[in-house]
Design a protein around this ligand. Structure first.
Ligand code: FAD
Length: 353
């Protein structure tokens, strides 16, 4: 019998398995999908923290201060650890002056971690908790589960665009609750992006380049004429508002004079051109450009409640998107939380034996 069972071969699960193996443990990783990496592999790979803990607290005021403190304190060392394993850094800047961290090449990261994680059983979801064996739930939350999204986030669940791996359907959340764990704060919150609405065709390689991240320069209007003014740099507020509009849609209208404006590493004009090339509904008239967008869900921010050793209950620990209550009220790096809590969960689960 293994010393540790891990559910999910994404960021948190692979990190936990590598950490546990470095401590001499025999680990089995169950993976529901046909490849390792989860949403981590599809992501931009920016693993970041706010520069000051006070900014993290201010931007995510309803999150658990203890868990926020852990992520903040440990991230730099954990990034060193990842680099030491061989994960390739594509940039030492996050592209955002408010934050610090690294951009990692996600293929290299997945390969590096999967190679060191030991037994990774693909297409083998964890469906029940093994008796008496310490288990880490790292299944990536519930963005891909229409029913949980409908119950906790929006009645427009069917209209949302899934900008994440299709396998994160809340298995860890359900297993943790069944075992006697409890839910965190913020179950209604999620991180995502406005994406070009159908008829645009958006496949996995388009998740990052097709994101429409310029609501703060646009007039944002729902199909019923409701307007929204974005106030968060991450635009997480807009996408959460969008998710609750009819068919989770709105129009972003920008003046042509704004097309050269940079947001991160792209201009607004480049984002709109990309939407148009993907078949999105883009109309250019009288010096303004209108783009139809839909809410894209990437990660859920609510999940299982854990303590500072990532403990859920009994012989169950959790990390990554299965843990809620860290970024509540705002937005923080999911990869950073998965990295830090993944290592903590592995150490704590092994110590419990
Ligand atoms: C397009 C995109 C861009 C992003 N950009 C960033 C970014 O720049 N910075 C950032 O911090 N975050 C980013 N994210 C979010 C980030 O990828 C996630 O927060 C992170 O991957 C969460 O780690 P995780 O281990 O919880 O989930 P994942 O990495 O998704 O891994 C979960 C794994 O669990 C598996 N699984 C599900 N159910 C089961 C089961 N029952 N049994 C076994 N396995 C199961 C899944 O198949 C998956 O492989 C982005 C995500 C996407 C999709």
């Amino acid at each position: 019998m293994a010393d540790l069972v891990v559910a999910g071969a994404g960021m948190a699960g692979l990190v936990a398995a590598v950490e546990a193996r470095s401590r001499g443990a025999d680990v089995v990783v169950h993976e529901k999908g046909d490849r390792p990496g989860g949403s981590m592999r599809l992501s931009s790979g920016v693993v970041w923290r706010h520069r000051r803990l006070a900014d993290f607290r201010r931007e995510c005021p309803d999150g658990d201060p203890e868990l926020q403190g852990l992520v903040h304190e440990r991230l730099d060392d954990d990034l060193e650890w990842l680099q030491g394993l061989g994960a390739r850094v594509s940039s030492r800047a996050t592209g955002n002056p408010r934050t610090t961290g690294l951009r990692l090449d996600t293929r290299s990261l997945t390969h590096t971690l999967a190679e060191r994680a030991g037994r990774v059983l693909l297409r083998t979801p964890l469906v029940e908790l093994p008796e008496g064996v310490p288990t880490i739930l790292a299944t990536g939350g519930f963005p891909a589960d229409r029913e949980l999204v409908r119950v906790h986030i929006t009645p427009q669940a069917d209209a949302l665009f899934l900008r994440a791996t299709p396998w994160s359907t809340g298995d860890g959340f359900r297993l943790g609750l069944l075992a006697g764990g409890s839910a965190s704060a913020g179950l209604a919150e999620f991180y995502g992006r406005a994406m070009p609405a159908p008829p645009a065709r958006v496949a996995e390689p388009g998740f990052v380049p097709l994101a429409q991240l310029y609501a703060r320069y646009a007039q944002v209007e729902s199909p019923t004429g409701e307007r929204y003014e974005s106030s968060a740099w991450s635009e997480i507020d807009v996408v959460q508002w969008l998710a609750r509009q009819p068919r989770a849609r709105a129009t972003f209208r920008v003046r042509a004079s704004h097309l050269g404006q940079r947001v991160g590493d792209r201009t607004i004009g480049e984002m709109i051109d990309a939407a148009e090339r993907a078949g999105g509904d883009v109309s250019r008239r009288n010096g303004s450009i209108a783009v139809d967008v839909v809410a894209g869900i990437t990660t859920t921010l609510g999940g299982l409640r854990v303590d500072r050793s990532a403990h859920v209950t009994g012989h169950v620990w959790a990390a990554g998107g299965d843990v809620g209550g860290i970024a509540t009220g705002g937005y923080a790096s999911g990869l950073a939380a998965a990295l830090v809590l993944g290592r903590i969960a592995a150490a704590a689960a092994l110590e419990s034996r």
